[in-house]
Design a protein around this ligand. Sequence first.
Ligand code: AMP
Ligand code: MG
Length: 399
Amino acid sequence: MLTPAEADAAIAAHLVRAPDQTVPLPAGAGRVLRQEVRADRDAPPFDRVAMDGIAIASAAFRHGRREFRVAAVQPAGAPPFKLASETDCIEVMTGASLPDGCDAVVPVERIRMDGDVATLEAGHVPAPWMHVHRRASDARVGDLLLPAGTRLGGPEIAIAASAGLALLTVAQAPRIAVISTGDELIEPGLPVLDHQVRRSNSYGLGAALRLAGFPPITDLHLPDQRPVQEAALADALARHDVLVLSGGVSAGRFDHVPGALAALGVRRVFHQVSQRPGQPLWFGIGNSGTTVFALPGNPVSVLVCLSRYVIPALLAAAGVRISARRNVALAQAFEFRSPLSCFLPVALEYDQGGNTLAVAKPTRGSGDFISLAGTDGFVELPRGPALHPAGLAVPFYAW
Ligand code: AMP
Ligand code: MG
């Protein structure tokens, strides 16, 4: 049986890199950049006025001048005026190009206006380049602004826009199918009998995938019948890059998923990981390269396995530059009695020193997903049995 780290390595060794795709800039949100974004001009591209007020030559102040005649008004979006005389100023707006001959902006709050004469507030010293966002102070033309592999959030989309890009090359979104199995499962909204449960995993998996930037394109439910599963999985393998199955991978009489996948030529890379929850995790690769994660059906197991293995694999296939995983400190000692790695649901708290503490929120087994409400994710505790001490630094996985 593989350890979680060995399972990571086995998955990584079989990942298929997603191809490139060009999309309109707004559609880049949440995607993974496959090109470099470089500055096509300096940032800012001109000496940018940073406050509403007046622009002056600061030398005039040093020469003793406190009153300035307003010679012109310089709005944002207009080419810069030229200051004709040191005794003058130009009224300027935030975002305007600093008028030629000026080197400082005095904010409107620091002046008094009498007709067209602005008088500086006593004690205000306009030093050179005060309230001027200088040309190229943030980036020079040609500078690398975003490397390939960047996840595109709000700031990155703004940077790409500022570099003039209307189209972006990103990793193509994988076609993902979420496939649940089980004769006991009933769709939310439909009548349910006492011996049945609601089909909740698929909705949890779909939500988590969507929030991670990988919306599934298919949601399929299969009964615990081998021929039906084989036919449906053959079709799903042909139409998707990734299958995320839940249920039917354990040792029960009606757990047909591994057999059905094998019969369809999906090569098993591993089955079983020394972890709790999620020990029966199955991973394989289809004939035509489809990546297949078959997760054990217990609702805590599916969510843990998705965050622990599936989403990191999807990010890696997209080419994300992965930053080091965040470690958090166990808030209290936690005893785990099995010779397995333990994924322990936690709520995060912050101590006075700004350290992130993980407060254990153990579930009553892998079927108890009700206890997950209000948790932030889970930590990975090293292989037990062990009494893991308070303060132990452990990797954290968000839901
Ligand atoms: P299995 O892995 O198929 O043996 O399922 C383990 C447990 O998880 C059983 O109690 C199932 O009823 C439950 N389960 C499996 N799939 C789902 C699902 N899609 N939604 C909710 N519970 C499920
Ligand atoms: Mg089942």
